[in-house]
Design a binder for this molecule. Structure first.
Ligand code: ATR
Length: 273
């Protein structure tokens, strides 16, 4: 029987996950279907119950349900616990396993696809919400020289600093504290780009040869990427590769086969103009 998987979110109409997983399944010869479920607001658990009742094996979870998925699970990986959120679930009898592959997908895109190692680098992470929390542990596993987390609400940046402090050189701060500092890699993990807003980051943070990475995808040249470009940064990326790589991690977790990601990345990449 064909195994059933899906992505659940609201809205879900624009999700690229069904296309990505269909490409993975075809390329790796896996007998599976992958659909999109629009979960009703406040009705996440009921929708998942229905999906499980018809034999669903696994779900990807997108906004606004990542916290609901974390709460629904019976077992949570360390990555999911640190992020406080889940973006993938696996159903195994009575067990509901929760994972969070956003951060590892991001690191894989940066190090593998973009060829930018984080080890020994000065890394700046903008934002301290769910997306930034998911990236914290995978970033630290790369042993950067320093990881600075800047956030509008400084207390949230300091919370992340405390979560990572045992592992490496991590510092939380506000945007004004960045004046006079430069970084080799700058990640925008704020949700500002979703509203075409710019976090108040000084244009001087981009070191020569810097990589500026926007976690949002498919938005072209966002205000953050434009700021980096105007500051002379030539290495610009958005989160398309992160999206595909986190999907590949989930696929491997469910199916035991790691798909090649190149074709899917090429298919959904939108030029940064
Ligand atoms: P997500 O799950 O997408 O990370 P979130 O948890 O709501 O969403 O976090 C949003 C992040 O974007 C936060 O770091 C937020 O800053 P605050 O914690 O100070 O609210 C940040 N953010 C959103 N809009 C922003 C803007 N216009 N300028 C700067 N930071 C912004």
């Amino acid at each position: 029987m064909t195994d059933r998987y899906a992505v659940i979110g609201n809205p879900i109409g624009f999700s690229k996950s069904p296309l990505i997983h269909a490409m993975f399944a075809q390329a790796s010869g896996q007998d599976m279907e992958y659909t999109a479920i629009e979960g009703p607001p406040g009705g996440f658990a009921g929708a998942v119950d229905v999906f499980c009742a018809v034999g669903g094996k696994g779900l990807n979870i997108t906004a606004p349900f990542k916290l609901d998925a974390f709460a629904y699970a019976t077992e949570r990986s360390e990555r999911a616990q640190l992020a406080g959120a889940a973006n993938a679930m696996k159903f195994d009898g009575e067990r509901v396993l929760a994972e969070n592959f956003d951060g590892v997908g991001l690191v894989r895109d940066v190090t593998h696809n973009l060829g930018c190692q984080l080890q020994g680098k000065r890394v700046l992470l903008l934002g301290a919400g769910g997306a930034a929390r998911g990236a914290l542990l995978p970033f630290l596993a790369q042993a950067p020289a320093e990881l600075v987390i800047a956030n509008r609400t400084v207390a949230r940046a300091l919370e992340l600093q405390a979560m990572g402090a045992a592992r490496a050189n991590v510092r939380g701060c506000g945007y004004s504290d960045l004046t006079g500092q430069t970084f080799d890699v700058v990640f925008n993990a704020t949700s500002a780009s979703l509203r075409a807003e710019l976090p108040p980051v000084p244009a001087s943070v981009f070191a020569p040869g810097c990589l500026a990475y926007e976690l949002a995808y498919g938005k072209g040249l966002t205000p953050f990427l434009r700021l980096a470009q105007n500051a002379g940064t030539r290495r610009l990326a958005d989160g398309v590769g992160m999206l595909v790589e986190q999907a590949a991690e989930a696929f491997a977790w469910w199916r035991g086969v790691r798909p090649d990601t190149r074709a899917a990345i090429e298919r959904i990449t939108i030029a940064l103009v």
